[in-house]
Design a protein around this ligand. Structure first.
Ligand code: PGA
Length: 257
C-alpha cells in the first residue's frame, strides 16, 4: 500500500487527479471506477480543469460507479447518478454510453447486481477504482460486518452512515436505509485502488485501514491485501497513524527502478 500524505484537501485532490490523468494518458479507454461523497469532489474539479486545459481526454473512458441509494430515481437531487452528472460528467467529454451508475430503481435486484458485475467483466474489469472511506470504515457502501469477498448486492446502511449522509437531505428520515453497492470482492478486483480521505473525522478509520488488523468491521482495511492500493490523505486524516514520518520519507525518496 502506498500512503501519500498531503498538506491539505486541495493538494490531496490534485494528487489523486494527477494519478487518474496519468492512467488515462497511458490507456485512453481506461475503465475508471468512481465514488461519490464530499471527499472526491475536489478531485473531480481538478479533472474538469485538466480537461478544459486540454490535458486529458475522456472520450474513450468507461466509468462504473460504486453505489446508489435504493429507491431514489436518477433524477432525484440526492441520487448518486445526479451527483456524478453535477460534479464530474457535465464538465468533461465523457460519452454518456460509457457511464455506468447502478440503478436504485429496479424490479429484480439480484439479476441487476449480476448484470452490473457482468458489464464490468465485459470491458475487462476496472483499471482504477476511486474510493472514499466512511466514518464507519466502509468502502462503497460495504458496512461493518460485510463479507470481505462480497459481490455487488443490496445492503442495509448503518445508523452512522445515515447520520453522516443526512447533511445532504432535508431531514434524517429522508435518507434511504438501503443501497446497492459493488461488493468488497468486486472492488478488490480493480487493478489499482485509489482511496482519498481528508479531515479529522476520518483519522480513526484511516488508522485501521493502514495500520489496523484486516477486519470486516472496517471494510477498507481489506486494501492491505490489494496488490496496488494508493491512499492519499491530508494531514488531519493521517493524524492518528503511528508511522507518519516513514510514509512521508518513503514517498519523497522512492527508489529509481
Ligand atoms: P464522504 O463519504 O466523502 O462524504 O466523507 C465517504 C464515504 O462514505 O465513502
Amino acid at each position: 500500500m502506498q500512503v501519500i500524505i498531503k498538506e491539505n484537501y486541495e493538494e490531496m485532490s490534485k494528487e489523486a487527479a494527477k494519478i487518474i490523468k496519468d492512467e488515462i494518458l497511458h490507456k485512453p479507454n481506461l475503465v475508471l471506477g468512481l465514488a461519490t461523497g464530499s471527499t472526491p469532489i475536489g478531485t473531480y474539479k481538478e479533472l474538469i480543469r485538466m480537461y478544459e486545459a486540454g490535458e486529458v481526454d475522456f472520450s474513450k473512458v468507461v466509468t462504473f460507479n460504486l453505489d446508489e441509494y435504493v429507491g431514489l430515481p436518477s433524477t432525484h437531487n440526492q441520487s448518486y447518478f445526479y451527483f456524478m452528472q453535477e460534479k464530474l460528467f457535465k464538465g468533461i467529454n465523457i460519452n454518456p454510453e460509457n457511464i455506468h451508475v447502478p440503478s436504485g430503481i429496479v424490479k429484480d435486484f439480484n439479476a441487476y447486481c449480476q448484470w452490473y458485475e457482468d458489464e464490468i467483466d465485459k470491458v475487462g474489469g476496472v483499471d482504477v477504482q476511486v474510493l472514499g472511506i466512511g466514518g464507519d470504515g466502509h468502502i462503497g457502501f460495504n458496512e461493518p460486518g460485510t463479507s470481505l469477498v462480497s459481490r455487488t448486492q443490496v445492503v442495509t446502511l448503518t445508523e452512522e452512515t445515515i447520520e453522516d449522509n443526512s447533511r445532504f437531505f432535508e431531514k434524517k428520515e429522508d435518507v434511504p436505509r438501503f443501497a446497492i453497492t459493488m461488493g468488497v470482492g468486486t472492488i478488490m478486483e480493480a487493478k489499482h485502488c485509489l482511496l482519498v480521505a481528508n479531515g479529522e473525522k476520518k483519522a480513526d478509520p484511516v488508522s485501521v485501514l493502514i495500520e489496523g488488523p484486516i477486519t470486516s468491521q472496517v471494510t477498507a482495511s481489506v486494501l492491505q491485501m490489494h496488490p496496488k492500493a494508493t491512499v492519499i490523505l491530508d494531514e488531519a486524516a493521517a493524524s492518528k497513524l503511528n508511522r507518519i514520518d516513514y510514509y512521508k520519507w518513503a514517498y519523497e525518496n522512492q527508489p529509481e527502478i
